[in-house]
Design a protein around this ligand. Sequence first.
Ligand code: FES
Length: 532
Amino acid sequence: YLTKAEKFMEHLNKNITSSRDTSSESIWQRSLEARIPGTADINQDHQIYDTLIVGAGITGVTTALMLQKAGQRCLIVEARNIAFGTTGGTTAHLNTFFDATYPEIEHDFGTEAAKLVAQGGKDAISIVKGFVENLNIDCDFEYKTGWLYSQSEKESKELNDILESAQEAGVDVGVAAQNGVPIVCDQVIAFENQAQFHPLKYLQALVKEFKSLGGVLIEGNRIQKSSFNDGIHTAEAELGSFRARNLFYATHIPPGVNLLSFRCAPYRSYVLGARLRDDNYPEGLSYDMQEPYHYLRTHVIDGQKYLIVGGEDHKTGHGDPVKSFENLRDYTESYFNIESIDYQWSAQYYSSVDGLPYIGKLPGVTEDIYVATGFNGNGMTFGTLSAKVISDLILENESAYSELFDPARMKPIAGFTEFVKENVDVAWRFVADRFSAEDMPSLQDLEPGQGMVTVYGDDQVAIYKDELGNITALNPVCTHAGCIVHFNDAEQSWDCPCHGGRYDLTGKVLTGPPTKNLESVPVNLPVTEIKP
Ligand code: FES
């Protein structure tokens, strides 16, 4: 007979085998010396917390720390481990300009909104800087100049519009003579007081402070759903249930099918960490304006400089991850004298319909559930800003940002086209994937280390062949809302093209919104028949 806590320990040891939601390792993971573990004690379920935060990425942990510092009793419940998701795979830029450009924000939301977004970037950077100073965090935080550069007439026109709108919004930006990288360009603008840091060192320090203030972190326990009665949220997890007066899903999209599932599109972004033969490392943060775009910076890990190049993004489950890595390598090699590429990894982010994040109360439900998502490629900045917005909403019932980032907003109309497009995409997958009957190659044709969805008997089956020729078969129907998963050969995962759910090779959930694993399908094939 095992006690609940012992069962949980067993569960934790079984489940926390990897520290990120991909098979690739980010530069931050390898350089991290010690992990600060969460507690294994789930005998918390008799308590009623002030706030339950689901997810231990930068958004959840920063919010939890702010609330705990303000005197609340907070609990973080994380499905896997700290920074398992996007925070462990970010390139850790802090900016006052965003993927949604200032002219776009001004056009769709107005001049005052553009000013507020600019202020949000400044607030986020000063929050991170404040924690770094006050907690004496050694996380390589540095202010940097951010150079945005054009490489065509069309891009130069766009760049000038960005300069004008950003200045009008109060951003410290001006024309510059260089772009900080050995890449030929037409025009450059320089954003001052941007920043970079080591995200895991930073997050670990925040967790340490949170726990020292009495906050509780539980890892390895996925919240499946929640209910609300008499002013109390009850969240049901894989093991145990937890109660709190306030509930915040810092998980991108909350579990279940909700309005955010249709207002956010998941993207994967690709990153390389390379050593150079010369010292031509970027001086600051450099960004081109190509489609898909690229961004470059330098980080020193254990005394060694690394060039970090990111980009080649595509919608999750829709692009070709191997090709994205190839393109990124070609791009990097064409401008830099590469000694070795020591890291390559990918990570996921979510884009909102209208370009701005959704931070506030989940729309379409009667109870107050807080959410924060749609950060685009600006996760460290908006994740930190979300902590301020959500903690202000919980503590004061108001925030200067609440109207602008309200998840219930349906404006502007300009966003409607994109909204429809995302929905059409989702609808098409629901129908076409379920009834596709294309010819599938035989299992013998499947290379080791590859997977595919094929027809087997009367059903579609997700098949994976490992290096020894052993086959794993899964039901390919995503447990979130029924789309068919696609094999991601670069990350050795099954990715859902609808809302970004991802599963490992055994079918275990890597990335929400699904909360249930893919079913295992028995395959009665003689092993000899399927060996490579
Ligand atoms: Fe929504 Fe798969 S159907 S993530």
